[in-house]
Design a protein around this ligand. Structure first.
Ligand SMILES: Cc1ncc(COP(=O)(O)O)c(C=O)c1O
Length: 394
């Protein structure tokens, strides 16, 4: 039962939005401990362990900063620490979240050059290459890409973006939003030469909302020394100084950090490669179900299929929000809504975080009941297609 439920519905609520995700019991138990002195000696040991283990999740040897903030805060921190008012940033409009990041850039007095897409695929790498090749004066100071666009279920190829930047010999920083991919889709901060990785607690990390992250390269740290954007709360420098000994310059989200400690341990015990393979397998099962229903995924490019969520397009004349309301009322399950230009046109299934085969079958079962109850034209057999795939691919 959800904490605040106006009408009790028997059975466990299925929270299958693409984040916040379900929090495992081990993480809930860890947070359910007395808040400790964040300036006391034990805290330093805990902080140092968390900050060390976190690097493995980002696949980096460099520092990772933890803010008591939602992901939007970490977006701002990435820009405020490395850029100056009037700088140009190259951004890819892969969907709703990329659009919001651009709006923030403009509010921070950056000039955003936007490369458009049809919201059905990842970032346009050829477009990035072209824009960088034209920029012989190196006006572009950062290339900003959302790794996994949560509004569309399309994952951009960061390795290819890096290769395009290298081929153009362009010195811009590379900033990547991994809010709905970290710890669910393979992501390599160091190997892909990313300068700032932005992440949040409430998706692949299996925590409640409230923490966000910046993983930082040496080049980004150097940029922070000369960047002129005013910054105070988001300033990396006091944070990095305090983090040396496992502490924070202001009051950290202590109980969320207990949860983070437990969640990161769970991920490392499972092994990151296994975590990514589990998400890939579940995403494939979801897509097979969608295909069996005769419906279409929003992502039209198989190389960009997301392993953390699937956005499903509604047949013409049918309301995604109507279907979601039916599913909530009939099956006690929340699915993600369509955002921006996809409002009412798609529903989004989250299959990231603490998620197993039976949650997947339950999720698809609820959708199939809802499709029938709401009179949405579809073929039966989506659940069966997923079972066939999962059973044959242990
Ligand atoms: C890809 C992406 N970027 C940014 C955000 C914004 O994060 P938050 O809502 O935690 O501020 C979200 C939230 O869902 C997201 O999915």
């Amino acid at each position: 039962m959800a904490y605040y439920e106006t009408t009790h519905v028997p059975g466990r609520h299925f929270l299958q939005i693409p984040g916040p995700t379900n929090v495992p019991d081990r993480v809930l138990r860890a947070m359910d401990n007395p808040t400790m002195d964040h300036r006391g000696p034990d805290f330093g040991k805990l902080g140092a362990r968390i900050l060390g283990n976190l690097r493995k999740v980002f696949q980096t040897e460099g520092p990772v900063i933890i803010y008591p903030a939602s992901g939007t805060g970490a977006w701002e921190a990435a820009m405020a620490n490395t850029l100056s008012p009037g700088d140009t940033v190259l951004m890819c409009r892969t969907g709703w979240f990329a659009t919001l990041w651009r709006e923030m850039a403009e509010r921070l007095q950056l000039k955003a050059e936007f490369i458009d897409t049809d919201w059905r695929r990842g970032a346009d790498v050829a477009g990035i290459a072209e824009a960088l090749a034209k920029d012989t004066a190196h006006r572009i100071k950062a290339v900003c890409v959302v790794h996994n666009e949560t509004s569309t279920g399309c994952t951009s190829r960061i390795d290819e973006v890096r290769a395009a930047m290298d081929a153009a010999k362009h010195p811009a920083l590379l900033m990547v939003d991994t809010i709905s991919s970290l710890a669910s889709i393979d992501y390599r901060h160091d190997e892909w030469g990313v300068d700032v990785t932005v992440a949040g607690s409430q998706k692949g990390l299996m925590l409640p909302p409230g923490l966000s992250f910046n993983a930082i390269s040496k080049k980004a740290l150097a940029a922070a020394e000369t960047a002129k954007m005013p910054r105070s709360y988001w300033d990396w420098r006091p944070m990095l100084a305090a983090n040396e000994t496992g502490f924070f310059p202001y009051t950290p989200g202590t109980n969320l950090l207990y949860g983070l400690d437990a969640a990161v341990s769970m991920l490392l015990e499972e092994g990151l490669a296994n975590v990514f393979a589990r998400h890939d397998r579940h995403a494939e099962a979801m897509r097979r179900a969608v295909r069996a229903w005769g419906l279409e995924t929003q992502c039209a490019e198989p190389r960009h299929y997301s392993s953390s969520l699937t956005a499903v397009r509604m047949p013409e004349g049918h309301s995604a929000d109507g279907l979601r309301a039916t599913i909530l009322a009939r099956c006690n399950m929340s699915l993600g809504n369509g955002l921006g230009q996809l409002k009412d046109r798609v529903f989004r299934i989250g299959h990231l975080g603490d998620f197993g085969d039976l949650q997947l079958i339950g999720t698809l079962g609820g959708i199939e009941i809802g499709l029938r109850a709401a009179g949405v034209p579809h073929a039966p057999g989506g659940v069966q297609a997923a079972i066939d795939y999962l059973a044959g691919n242990a």
